[in-house]
Design a protein around this ligand. Structure first.
Ligand code: MG
Length: 380
């Protein structure tokens, strides 16, 4: 008999007892909620450990203090749990979704994903959200009775944040909401926005740390400038890292508080009775209109000044070449792949998917090493 760890939740929260369950039936956990069990399975997975050596903007070897996908995922989980607790939603579920949300990312962040998607154009494409689901549904090999982690429906629903319509049509129950244009749980909506809060703020921090951004440039961003002035008024002699950290933590707090207040009002206005009402309602976890504009301005600033900085472009260009060349050489010579990734059926579609799985699973440094092993004549 499972213990009740979810008695404090709002009626519209996701609950183990009302869940759509696991694909393969398993006995209820005795000491944890079902969603705690999901979180624990994610933490113990191989793909989770790989996050330590994968990056979003900077490449792993560029500096020890930059965010990796692992520290990013932990920051997302922290923000998401705060939001969930305030809204009486399921903290265990938001934590599980947050920790799993980037498991399907290729090496080298968006550059790697774009390159792999282009390579897979004739073989069904490559979407990182779908790949995250593929990791937890099939690629992890830890259990005797099934492939994957056999997670709860609501965890899987949260991991599959976006999905193209053709892919949604192949996925059955988990893809249905994209066809019906329905929402996922409030917990999934929280994890999604916690992701945004985390990366916008840590990219400022990492951008400044790397020297690619300056605090003068950031003064053109209202959300930053407003909090920077507040910090300088409180601490007239503050400067350097300490001033940046005080500013960024206030920005995160402002976004979190706004999101809680706006979402609370949205939830109250929607008069929800259950998670099914959540699925039929419009998105309810949201920023106020004013904060949304500020967050968009911050995103625009990062896109123009950091993600398209010429030094980032150089790495992006290199990353695309590495991923594309690896894909090409493996497709023309599958015998170069480790045996587990060679298909015996002779199907090009199946082989391409295996190559994509292999490349997507690589860490930044593994991909670079593999590239050297295959293309540098003096490397073994
Ligand atoms: Mg993320």
């Amino acid at each position: 008999m499972a213990i009740n760890l979810e008695g404090h939740l709002a009626p519209y929260a996701a609950r183990s007892t009302l869940s759509r369950g696991r694909h393969f039936a398993e006995p209820a956990p005795g000491t944890r909620s079902e969603f705690q069990r999901d979180r624990d399975r994610i933490i113990h997975s191989t793909a989770f450990r790989r996050l330590e050596y994968k990056t979003q903007v900077f490449v792993n070897h560029e500096g020890d203090l930059f965010r990796t996908r692992l520290t990013h995922s932990i920051e997302v989980a922290q923000i998401a749990r705060s939001l969930a607790r305030n809204l009486q939603l399921n903290e265990d579920l938001v934590e599980a979704i947050s920790l799993a949300h980037d498991l399907g990312h290729t090496p080298f962040g968006h550059a790697g994903q774009d390159a792999l998607n282009a390579c897979m154009k004739d073989y069904g494409g490559f979407e990182h959200n779908l790949q995250s689901l593929r990791v937890v549904d099939t690629l992890e090999q830890r259990y005797g009775a099934f492939d994957g982690l056999n997670l709860m429906f609501e965890t899987r629903e949260g991991v599959l944040k976006h999905c193209s319509l053709p892919n949604a049509q192949q996925l059955g129950a988990i893809g249905q909401r994209f066809i019906d244009r329905k929402q996922p749980s409030l917990e999934a909506q929280i994890a999604n926005l916690a992701d945004e809060i985390a990366y916008n703020n840590h990219d400022i921090d990492d951008g400044l740390r790397s020297g690619l951004l300056t605090t003068d440039q950031l003064d053109s961003v209202d959300l930053y400038a407003r909090h920077r002035r507040e910090v300088e008024a409180l601490f007239p002699n503050i400067n350097g890292r300490r001033a940046i950290n005080e500013t960024v933590r206030r920005m995160i707090n402002a976004l979190v508080v706004d999101l809680i207040q706006t979402s609370q009002a949205n939830i109250a206005a929607a008069s929800l009775g259950s998670i099914d009402d959540v699925r039929n309602a419009p998105p309810l976890i949201a920023f106020s209109a004013a904060m949304k504009l500020e967050a968009q301005a911050l995103k625009r600033f990062l896109r123009e000044n950091l993600y398209q900085h010429y030094l980032v472009n150089r790495m992006t260009s290199k990353a695309k070449r590495i991923v594309t060349d690896l894909f090409t050489i493996f497709m023309s010579g599958p015998q170069l792949l480790p045996p587990d990734y060679q298909v015996s059926s002779g199907s090009v579609m199946e082989q391409a998917r295996k190559v994509a799985d292999y490349i997507a699973g690589m860490t930044d440094r593994y991909a670079m090493r593999e590239y050297r092993r295959l293309f540098a004549v003096d490397e073994i």
